[in-house]
Write a protein that binds this ligand. Structure first.
Ligand SMILES: [Cu+2]
Length: 134
């Protein structure tokens, strides 16, 4: 009987040692804060190609500057360098500077669809021009 008890004790002691060894081995791994460092990678670049450096059109001597091209959706700056007031108004109503007095400037936002857009001056309908949006 005694040997059987001591054998049981020995097994218990061995099991206890094994448990301690197991705790000791797994301890450092669970304590490592490696999981917390991999999180913030979702809010990266929202690559919406924002046009930079808008084009300009100058009005002078009752004429629009011709051959202007600009990035779709960008801002076009219109300067009236003439002695008379003018507007730069799209034929299809997509943009309009409104009345620009002598020496005044106004910005319009170009369409986001590429193409050639015709415009005119509301005060002087014979003044026409186009802007190429690309
Ligand atoms: Cu005009």
């Amino acid at each position: 009987m005694t040997s059987r008890v001591s054998l049981t004790l020995a097994i218990c002691v061995l099991a206890g040692v094994a448990t301690l060894v197991g705790l000791a081995r797994s301890g450092p791994e669970t304590a490592a804060p490696a999981a917390a460092t991999a999180a913030p990678a979702t809010q990266t670049e929202t690559t919406t190609a924002q046009p930079v450096g808008g084009a300009t059109i100058t009005i002078d001597n009752f004429a629009f500057e011709s051959g202007v091209s600009a990035v779709a959706g960008s801002t076009l700056s219109v300067t009236n360098a003439d002695g008379a007031p003018h507007t730069l108004t799209a034929r299809d109503g997509e943009f309009d500077t409104g009345l620009l007095g002598s020496g005044e400037s106004g910005d319009i936002t170009l369409p986001s669809t590429p193409g050639t857009y015709a415009f005119f001056c509301e005060l002087h309908p014979s003044m026409t021009g186009t802007v190429t949006v690309e």
